[in-house]
Design a protein around this ligand. Structure first.
Ligand SMILES: Cc1cc2nc3c(=O)[nH]c(=O)nc-3n(C[C@H](O)[C@H](O)[C@H](O)COP(=O)(O)OP(=O)(O)OC[C@H]3O[C@@H](n4cnc5c(N)ncnc54)[C@H](O)[C@@H]3O)c2cc1C
Length: 299
């Protein structure tokens, strides 16, 4: 029996075959995943993990696909998206318990409404909480890892664990959560604030992003900032703004963004990443590292 039939029997979540990943990534590029599904809850996710382990099927998990470049040849094996079923937020005093599928913008808005301060910086970051924790997403000098009290994960063996803040390490756009399992929920510690002021803060962060960031499809900042200099500044000074490969273009508005101006392929974007890296290396002898995750097979 193939995974579609077997998992289809086990789970509420329908399994889709040959699902274009371009539908699930903010760059709107990426070839097909062999099998795609949206787990309905933690139990289903555990079932999927055990099934993949038993059958030796590779499993890739993602959230909103806003930090991913999926190559045009797609992804072999099974892809699970942590989405709507993990989209919940509960207040517990000064803590918020949130599912990994919650977007950082919803989290910021809800915290503001509750008069809880600390996650306003996430307004406008289009990723999910799960993806944000793995990447330790941040903005305007704040980052998600600093708020974490506890993270719940489904482990590679199909069990589940909760890790306390003392077991977690967060650094610049990285955490020790990568490889530990699939994040399903987190408990975040916030501070008391005033709802109206917090709502205003959220709106000002959103306005700042509209002013600074391009509106075309992108994955946010492509490169990590090397010590001492923002990557965007280096790219701009190296004459990188406006460079293009096909419809993939270094944004004129923000040099660390590569936008899909319409119909770009993952190969166009990956080639442009290489062009930008060489420019910056030739000019400043700095090797830029990508912040976006590049996965899948070339066509
Ligand atoms: C317009 C724009 C602006 C952005 N601005 C910022 C910004 O200011 N700051 C910033 O830090 N980032 C920014 N980003 C990048 C991105 O939104 C963040 O990195 C975000 O946290 C990624 O979340 P995601 O759900 O989209 O992750 P995905 O892209 O889906 O996945 C990223 C990685 O996390 C893993 N992952 C995802 N979910 C889980 C899970 N539940 N359990 C285990 N692993 C998981 C995936 O396997 C993958 O390796 C921006 C992106 C865009 C498009």
């Amino acid at each position: 029996m193939n995974p579609k039939e077997e998992l289809g029997r086990l789970l509420q979540a329908g399994v889709r075959e040959n699902e274009p990943m371009a539908l699930h990534t903010s760059w709107q590029v990426g070839g097909a995943a062999d099998y795609y599904l949206l787990p309905a809850d933690e139990t289903e996710l555990q079932e999927i993990v055990r099934y993949c382990k038993r059958e030796g099927l590779p499993l890739f998990v993602f959230g909103n696909g806003t930090n991913l470049l999926v190559r045009d040849g797609g992804i072999r094996g099974l892809v699970a998206q942590i989405g709507a079923p993990f989209n919940y937020i509960y207040r517990e005093g000064e803590l918020l318990r949130a599912g990994a599928g919650v977007s950082l913008t919803s989290l910021a808005r809800r915290a503001a409404k509750e008069g809880l301060q600390g996650c306003g910086f996430g307004a406008g970051i289009p990723g999910s909480l799960g993806g944000a924790l793995v990447m330790n997403a941040g903005a305007f000098g704040s980052y998600i890892g600093s708020l974490v009290e506890e993270v719940r994960l489904v482990c590679p063996d199909g069990g589940a664990i909760s890790l306390g803040s003392e077991e977690l390490v967060f650094g610049y756009r990285r955490s020790n959560l990568a490889g530990k399992g699939i994040i399903v929920e987190a408990l975040l510690r916030l501070k008391q604030g005033e709802p109206a002021a917090l709502a205003e803060e959220v709106e000002s962060y959103l306005a700042e992003r509209r002013r600074r960031h391009p509106s075309q499809p992108s994955a946010g900042s492509v490169f990590r900032n090397p010590p001492g200099r923002p990557a965007g500044g280096l790219i701009e000074e190296a004459g990188g703004k406006g460079l293009s490969v096909g419809p993939a273009q270094v944004s004129e508005k923000h040099a660390n963004f590569i936008v899909n101006s319409g119909g770009a392929t993952a190969a166009d974007i990956e080639e442009l990443i290489g062009v930008v890296r060489r420019r910056v290396k030739d000019r400043f002898a700095v090797e830029l590292q990508t912040e976006v995750r590049i996965i899948g097979e070339k066509r």
